[in-house]
Design a binder for this molecule. Structure first.
Ligand code: LMR
Length: 396
């Protein structure tokens, strides 16, 4: 049987990481996968994470299974980050959170739940979106459609086209939105636009699925939740997939969560029972370590302060590199206007580079960016920026 299996194409993002690893050029630059690098090009373990791990090592007494929906303390901390610590949603127990293996795990559980509970539902995706979104939905057997989002002519949100498409959404559909720091474009709706999107979805009888993977990477922890909070003010029901890969630097620990928001505590509990049955049939129950780190940090005032400082430093370095990138390109005589990059938020920007230019960057300069033109700004450092901008100037 196995003789006849054909090879699958490499993954659009992780496949590029493999190609980068195999490139012998000592000056190679990886702006593909969304992983933060410090100014020395290293992906650090945060000091707050190391501290929390020491504590866990000393105090942990068991390695038995977690409940199907994971660490309860972690779930409560996740809700406080999403809704704000004093939120009415938390007091009314209208939300239920499951710890999942990364944001991808949360999205897959959400997709399996949608497939099971709402077999007629279509999930709407922004155009463009994270390349794994359509794959996850397809794997779960959930049909997907797309709505316009990013306008390459203005390098900004095409809100009129987005709204027009969302007016076509059917009752019972699900609309996937990036909570902040849109991946791949770095372009987010304004708080007013978020409210308008929320009202439109309520009118259509659709619910939002928020992919929230970059809280704290745009403007700040609370600031980056502004869109979500605007939606919460109008939408009584939603699904939220969280990831702590980026903001805690816990990529390989696979720390995520799926939160369902229902109209009352009874509905939330019913939905949670369905989510748990989906998880049990998928990976049974989640891994312990990463969520214990997040719960330890968020539950300790000093560690939380240290983490917030470390998160701010990552955010500031990325925003500094956005400005330096635009300035260095201009200093090298590149005439194309890249100033939009300083107006975008989070790890990513769409460079607007074309397929052939992207291929030349890789072939001639060992510079890796996604085929879509997405660059990971967090991979630009003071020591590679000069070479990067010269190469971009050359291929342009
Ligand atoms: C990315 O978009 O590069 C990250 O979210 C990593 C991944 O899993 O694709």
């Amino acid at each position: 049987m196995l003789e006849n299996v054909q090879p699958a194409p490499p993954d659009a993002i992780l496949g590029l990481t493999e190609a980068f690893r195999n490139d012998p050029n000592p000056e190679k630059i990886n702006l593909g996968v969304g992983v933060y690098c410090d100014e020395n090009g290293k992906t650090p373990v945060l000091g707050s994470v190391k501290q929390a791990e020491r504590r866990i090592l000393e105090t942990e007494t068991a390695k038995s299974y977690l409940p199907i929906d994971g660490n309860k303390d972690y779930a409560a901390r996740v809700q406080a980050l999403l809704f704000g610590a004093g939120s009415e949603i938390i007091a009314a127990r209208r939300a239920a959170t499951s710890q999942t293996p990364g944001g991808t795990g949360a999205l897959r559980v959400a997709a399996d739940f949608i497939h099971k509970a709402f077999p007629g539902a279509t999930v709407w995706l922004s155009q463009p979106t994270w390349p794994n979104h359509p794959q996850i939905l397809a794997a779960a057997g959930v049909p997907a459609k797309s709505y316009p989002y990013f306008d390459p002519a203005t390098n900004a949100l095409d809100f009129a086209a987005m709204k027009a498409a969302l007016q076509e959404v059917s009752a019972g559909d699900v609309v996937l939105l990036h909570g902040c720091c849109h991946n791949p474009s770095g372009v987010d709706p304004s708080p007013e636009q978020w409210s308008e999107i929320g009202r439109l979805l309520v009118e259509r009888g659709a619910i939002p699925l928020i992919d929230f993977a970059y809280q704290g990477f745009g403007l700040g922890l609370e600031e980056d939740a502004a869109g979500l909070r605007a939606l919460l003010a109008v939408c009584p029901e939603m699904l939220i997939a969280s990831s702590f890969s980026k903001n805690f630097g816990l990529y390989g620990e696979r720390v995520g969560a799926l939160t369902v928001l229902a109209q009352d505590a009874e509905a939330a509990a019913r939905v949670q029972s369905q989510i748990k049955s989906v998880i049990r049939a998928n990976y049974s129950n989640p891994p312990m370590h990463g969520a214990a780190i997040v719960a330890t940090i968020l539950g300790d005032e000093a560690l939380r302060e240290q983490w917030e400082g470390e998160l701010a430093a990552m955010r500031d370095r990325i925003n500094g590199m956005r400005r330096a990138f635009v300035e260095t390109l201009a200093a090298k005589g590149v005439s194309r206007d890249f100033s939009f990059i300083t107006r975008q938020l989070g790890m990513f920007s769409f460079s607007g580079l074309e397929k052939e230019q992207i291929e030349r960057l890789r072939r001639d300069y060992s510079i890796y960016i996604l085929g879509s033109g997405r660059i990971n700004v967090a991979g630009i450092t003071p020591s590679n920026i000069d070479r990067l901008c010269s190469a971009i100037g050359a291929v342009l």
